[in-house]
Design a protein around this ligand. Structure first.
Ligand code: ADP
Ligand code: MG
Length: 722
């Protein structure tokens, strides 16, 4: 058996688990069984993950619990096992469906034969129909029996009653058609769910399974990527995909990173640059030193997130599931009343009313309704991932389109956030080198982008900075530390004012240089300023268009929250077309601003780069992180990540979300309309069995394809207006 003896979790592939009905069924089967700790179902992948106490039960016992419900289950030892086992189940169902369809057609054709009738049907026809029904039954019976034993009528039970009832009434053709169409719609459902499932698998197949590892003596051998170790060197030829994440150590090329970022313009790569598994090496033969094992690559993280996202149910899915829970029993009750009451009250013909109640039973299947929403959501999540937008759950996909307020962080979000020191202005007779020495001594301890820029600049100037002690970071303001026993501080204007080290001269210098292309910080000792640093950081070129598009989409408030100085903030806001901004905001102030909007009942989306922004991202209804190629830890804290720092993905996302919601609404409306229409027709006797089930199958098909449409959403839609 799979796994170590101490393993307390096992995942099973369950054949044909496409309907919440079946999940409910399995949940019941597991209830009260010894040693079962937790169950989690993945409808899209048809898997159950069972956590269990290994001293009380084992995988085999767990499988037998599933088998007792009449469903096939196999142990899922690894990912690769899932498509195969699924396919063979689908294949068998398909051949039985084809057989049922063929025999129904034969039965219909033989119906013209002038031979002795059996129950109003010529006997050769009756035989063909019987074979059709038997073929369907072969598939349905085990499940129906499992459900019946638990006194929990599911669709299989209802269909069995409908078919037996129709035979009892002498309606052979109808019985056969119902059996066939029920099989067909089951098969279509599992096919369509499989289609969405395969879309996720296509993401997984992005990375090649084999890497060419180069050894010290120059020989190359091909090994499974799972066996490549961190630090190994792999050779990648032009046109091949990078098998693992790594750093270039030889060669020069460009990489198409579309598989991860959704952006197909190639990015130049030279020695020292990072490359990602699944991205395509364009023209150079290169050597890459592997930096991450196969399970930790950016791509693996993306896949894991998409899978986790689709396993979580969205509000629409929960609504539909809850609805289905009441719907089926309610229709069954109505069906019983229709069968019993009219003949009792009005003395009508009981055969007629039995038939009508059978039609109602057929309509009681909520599958079309129930399957349409997850298919839509999974398609939407997958399409977004392909476009470089990582959404961590259906609920975010559904709700981001309803945003009233979009709050942007400035640095690294509206601006590029990769600044360089442009000018160093010494004050009070400090020399430039002394100024740089002290500043980089303090900043070498910080991870802030300003600190990195100052340290890099000092190093470039050949300055070796002394160590510092007692370093303290002041989030959103600056930092303080001791160098050679003397305290220094570096930060924005507000920080200097608060520490009472700002002078008239520094005040003027800072105000003078604050503009949309610069951020200004100053260094001071504990009593007097020593100099001012001008850091260049421009707005992203697509910022203005994206903000305009968001406004055109009807987002009522777009604002910028920043810890930077007033002057720079005003200039950047103006340049990006953002009308509202708040400057010199600490991380806590950003959270407060977001809470204020929320208190007014508005839906707030926060877009940030993750540095200092994690609290604000968490406070907003939806936090969107600039992912910087997916390498940033901010993806962990946000609900949605932009794999490529491209602000135009935001309006795309808003539209994508609205499209998703529109499709869900259409699907729910259509499936309910079909149900209501046929329930009414059934009661007044205008609908017959095969029509009811054909309409149901048709509705399933329509809603499924409607959902799958989202898979085709791509960058081209970016130009479409709202
Ligand atoms: P934003 O809100 O623009 O993303 P932060 O909240 O990260 O910016 O920081 C706000 C401001 O605080 C910066 O613009 C800078 O002036 C100052 N600051 C923060 N940390 C540092 C640091 N380590 N060195 C110098 N200045 C800093
Ligand atoms: Mg920031």
């Amino acid at each position: 058996m799979m796994g170590a003896p101490h393993n307390t979790q096992t995942t099973l592939q369950v054949a044909g688990m496409d309907c919440p009905d079946e999940i409910e069924e399995l949940r019941r089967a597991f209830a009260g069984q010894a040693g079962i700790l937790d169950l989690s179902f993945n409808l899209m992948r048809s898997t159950i993950t069972v956590s269990f106490d290994p001293s009380a039960t084992d995988s085999e016992q767990i499988i037998s619990i599933v088998l007792a419900t009449g469903t096939k289950a196999t142990l899922l030892s690894d990912r690769a096992a899932s498509p195969n086992s699924q396919d063979s189940g689908e294949g068998k169902a398909l051949s039985l469906t084809v057989m049922a369809g063929f025999c129904t057609a034969v039965g219909l054709a033989l119906g013209w034969l002038p031979v002795v009738a059996f129950h109003n049907t010529p006997w050769p026809s009756a035989i063909a129909y019987s074979i059709a029904i038997a073929a369907a039954w072969w598939h349905i019976a085990p499940k129906a029996w499992g459900a019946a034993r638990r006194f929990r009528p599911d669709m299989n039970v209802l269909m069995t009653i409908a078919v037996v009832g129709a035979i009892g009434l002498g309606e052979w053709f109808e019985a056969s058609t119902v059996a066939f169409l029920f099989m067909l719609s089951n098969w279509l459902e599992s096919w369509s769910v499989g289609r969405a499932r395969r879309a996720i698998q296509s993401l997984m197949e992005l990375a090649p399974p084999i890497a060419r590892v180069q050894h010290g003596d120059g020989t190359e051998i091909e090994v499974d990527t799972g066996e490549v170790e961190v630090g190994n060197r792999v050779v990648v030829k032009p046109g091949e995909k990078f098998p693992l994440d790594g750093r270039m150590v030889e060669g020069r090329t460009s990489a198409n990173q579309a598989p991860i970022t959704g952006e197909s313009i190639p990015v130049n790569k030279t020695v020292g640059d990072e490359v990602f598994a699944g991205t395509i090496n364009q023209e150079g033969a290169v050597v890459v030193e592997v930096t991450k094992p196969v399970g930790d690559t950016v791509l693996a993280g993306v896949i894991r997130l998409v899978e986790e996202a689709q396993a979580r149910s969205s509000p629409s899915e929960r609504f539909v599931d809850r609805f289905a829970l009441y719907y089926t029993p309610a229709v069954i009750v109505v069906a019983i009343l229709v069968f019993v009451l009219p003949p009792l009250v009005a003395g009508g013909d009981s055969g007629t009313w039995l038939y009508r109640s059978l039609v109602l039973l057929v309509i009681a299947c909520p599958c079309a309704l129930v399957i349409s929403t997850p298919v839509t959501i999974v398609s939407g999540l997958t399409a977004a991932a392909r476009n470089g937008v990582l959404i961590k759950g259906g609920e975010y996909l559904e709700s981001v389109g309803k945003a009233d307020v979009i709050a942007f962080d400035k640095t690294g979000t509206l601006t590029r956030g990769r600044p360089i020191v442009e000018r160093v202005i010494p004050i009070n007779n400090t020399t430039v080198s002394r100024l740089l020495e002290l500043a980089s001594a303090v900043e070498q301890r910080s991870e802030h982008w300003i600190a990195e820029a100052i340290v890099a600049h000092a190093r470039k100037e050949g300055i070796v900075s002394p160590p510092c002690d007692n370093y303290i970071a002041f989030a959103g303001k600056g930092a303080k530390a001791q160098v050679d026993g003397k305290t220094y501080l570096i930060g924005n204007h507000r920080f200097l004012e608060e520490e009472n080290t700002c002078t008239e001269e520094v005040h003027r210098a800072m105000l003078e240089h604050e503009d949309c292309h610069h951020t200004v910080v100053a260094l001071s000792s504990d009593d007097s300023p020593l100099g001012v640093f001008l850091l260049a950081d421009s707005p992203r070129k697509e910022a203005r268009d994206s903000v305009e598009e968001l406004r055109a989409c009807g987002v009522s408030t777009i604002l910028m929250l920043t810890g930077d100085n007033e002057g720079t903030a005003r200039a950047v806001a103006q340049e990006c077309g953002v009308t509202e901004y708040r400057a010199e905001f600490l991380p806590a102030d950003k959270v407060q601003a977001i809470e204020d909007y929320k208190a007014r009942g508005q839906r707030v989306v926060m877009v940030g780069d993750g540095i200092n922004d994690a609290p604000a991202l968490a406070a907003a209804h939806i936090g969107i992180a600039m992912g910087d190629g997916g390498t940033d830890a901010s993806l962990e804290t946000a609900d949605i990540g932009l794999m490529k720092d491209d602000l135009r993905k935001l309006p795309w996302l808003i539209r994508h979300s609205r499209r998703t919601r529109a499709i869900i609404a259409q699907n729910i409306a259509l499936s309910l309309a079909v149900k209501v229409l046929f329930a009414a027709l059934a009661v007044i006797g205008l609908a017959n069995l095969w029509m009811a089930i054909a309409a149901d199958t048709g509705a399933s098909l329509v809603v499924t394809f409607n959902g799958l449409r989202l898979l085709r959403s791509n960058d081209r839609d970016m130009s479409v207006s709202c």
